[in-house]
Design a binder for this molecule. Sequence first.
Ligand SMILES: C[S@@+](CC[C@H](N)C(=O)[O-])C[C@H]1O[C@@H](n2cnc3c(N)ncnc32)[C@H](O)[C@@H]1O
Length: 252
Amino acid sequence: MTASAMVAEFDDVAGWTADAVEQLGVRHAIPAACRGSASPAALAWLAEACELATGMRLLDVGAGVGGPAAWAAERFGVRPILLEPMPTARRAAQRLFGFPVIAADGRRIPLRAGSVDAAWCLGVLCTVRDKAAVLGEIHRVLKPGASLGLSVVVARRPQTLLAPDGNLFPTEDELTALLAEAGFDLLEQVDQPKGAPLSWARRVEQVAAVVATRHQGHPAYALAARQGERFARLFAAGQIATRLVHAVSRPA
Ligand SMILES: C[S@@+](CC[C@H](N)C(=O)[O-])C[C@H]1O[C@@H](n2cnc3c(N)ncnc32)[C@H](O)[C@@H]1O
């Protein structure tokens, strides 16, 4: 992704989102901080597939503002470890949820080999050119036999489409091959369930409305909005889809 589009979408809007949550109240935090379009149904699928349980160390690579990790901590009692390269997104996650956030790139995870019980990487791989390096690092830090939950935007056909800036959508076959090469067995995958209950969607909309009122004149807002519109067109045309994936780390 180009630097400016990435900073607009994943850093500027992340900070504005945390500001809006602080104005609207804490019940808005998790829905608004799920910035990979995750819904409770998608998160529940991933959590059940990965058999998350109290006390497990869950690494969230590309954690953004921390909504999915906070949801997993609240509902399943995991101990989240967030990793996020964008500074304002990291500060937003710390402000909203108080989690420690590792400042790092998924291609170089500063954790010991075999130190993590489960990992998530949601809405991240399509923004990363070197997907093999990210998956290889996640495999290194996971315990043998541990679960990886992914949410990945895939291209229905090998990529001929005009992707939003910097996005490189793998096909399902490419994703399967990448996982196998990184040392994962792919156990199961499904289309991401559509929609979220009104209670969730309304909070997301209220936060988005505050962000729009305050920042719609800002160039970064326009850039992020354009990215969103291009995504929406590709989804509507059936050229891309979001898949939820459960894979397990093969012992080395
Ligand atoms: C669509 S957002 C998803 C955020 C979060 N996972 C969620 O579902 O709410 C993608 C995130 O991936 C992060 N990201 C991009 N490239 C990355 C990389 N090389 N390593 C780790 N994270 C990365 C971005 O900074 C951004 O926070």
